[in-house]
Design a protein around this ligand. Structure first.
Ligand SMILES: Cc1cc2nc3c(=O)[nH]c(=O)nc-3n(C[C@H](O)[C@H](O)[C@H](O)COP(=O)(O)OP(=O)(O)OC[C@H]3O[C@@H](n4cnc5c(N)ncnc54)[C@H](O)[C@@H]3O)c2cc1C
Length: 319
């Protein structure tokens, strides 16, 4: 259901490619923020969030630099924000319990391929519109189910599911002329793989994904010049996706709407005044949709208006 919300201009359930890749989206956001006077700092991990008497006062970066702020918006996984950057004793027990129980498992493996030529599918040879769409390795419902059940048994899928795209069919800025990039979103490996790299097993799993596509496009294997295989462990270690979950927490019924990420705190506020949350662990969840940030800013502006009104009333009453 969640994936039906994509709307890249062709109505619901349509997805698009940003020209220049996903980095171009970050660059556009940065440029826009700078136009409004923001200073953007990268490679500056936050180690601690500071608060006094339940009100946020700033953050401490790795290395010790302290930044004062009366508003802090966290877009990190809730376990990082609330269980690492704050102390449990600084938060209500019930809230800490909810964050500890937050399910953030995943069996996703991302495979990026650099290709010397486009795959040539025997079912539809040559170049055609099909190369610009989603190229699924999902022969039947049983095929997908078996891949999932393998992972439930604690084994990587013998015949994995894959959702593949070739963005370079449309966007020639991503690699040199004549070459292509194929990006594969694949499932499933056991979610416990977030604890260890499982490097060799991941490579063997990637071989099986490529064999699967090779059955449909025999030239694919020899066209691969380089490949990158990222499992749940890499996603947790490299980009802070705890458990490798791409949405900062599973999009299951008990983790949606008023329970995302915790009952009583689904309005982008947190138990610390001035500390807001806008990660995918808030409503409306993951995907590059910007809804959490949009809603969060709306709530911040509401709180500021309320605070200003309160200050004015206090002054008037004193005067
Ligand atoms: C393999 C994969 C495929 C996906 N495919 C799609 C897709 O096709 N379409 C789509 O719409 N979405 C897709 N998504 C989901 C989408 O990328 C996420 O939902 C989205 O990026 C979430 O945005 P966010 O700002 O909440 O979190 P993130 O993008 O995870 O940003 C959180 C940031 O916090 C940083 N961080 C972590 N710890 C700290 C710290 N201590 N201090 C400072 N910063 C820190 C991280 O480095 C990261 O940059 C995919 C995700 C993955 C992993």
């Amino acid at each position: 259901m969640h994936h039906e919300i994509g709307d890249a201009g062709l109505g619901l359930s349509s997805w698009g490619y940003p020209r220049g890749g996903m980095g171009a989206v970050s660059d556009a956001l940065k440029d826009s923020a700078e136009e409004f006077g923001a200073e953007v700092r990268t490679n500056a991990p936050v180690e601690r969030i500071l608060q006094r008497n339940g009100r946020v006062t700033g953050v401490v970066l790795e290395g010790g630099e302290e930044l004062e702020a009366d508003i802090v918006v966290a877009a990190t996984h809730p376990r990082i924000t609330f269980l690492e950057q704050l102390g449990r004793e600084e938060l209500p027990d019930e809230f800490v319990g909810a964050i500890e129980r937050w399910n953030s498992r995943s069996g996703v493996v991302k495979i990026n391929l650099a290709l010397s030529e486009l795959p040539d599918f025997t079912a539809d040879p040559g170049r055609g519109d099909h190369l610009g769409g989603a190229i699924e390795l999902a022969h039947s419902i049983d095929y997908i189910e078996e891949a999932f059940q393998d992972a439930r048994r604690g084994e990587p899928a013998r015949r994995p599911f894959s959702d593949g795209v070739i963005p370079t069919v449309f966007d020639r800025t991503l690699c040199p002329e004549g070459y292509h990039i194929m990006s594969l979103f694949t499932q499933w490996v056991p979610h416990e793989w977030s604890k260890e790299p499982h490097r060799e097993e991941l490579e063997a799993y990637a071989d099986r994904v490529i064999d699967g596509y090779g059955e449909l496009a025999p030239n694919l294997k020899s066209a691969i010049m380089h490949r990158q295989v990222l499992g749940p462990y890499d996603m947790e270690q490299d980009i802070g996706l705890i458990g490798g979950n791409i949405f900062h927490g599973e999009l299951t019924a008990e983790q949606l709407f008023h329970m995302r990420p915790a009952p009583g705190y689904a309005d982008y506020r947190t138990p610390i005044r001035g500390l807001y949350q806008a990660s995918s662990a808030t409503h409306a969840g993951g995907g590059v949709c910007a809804i959490p940030a949009y809603n969060c800013v709306r709530e911040i502006r509401r709180d500021r208006r309320r605070e200003r009104l309160k200050e004015r009333l206090t002054l008037r009453n004193r005067g």
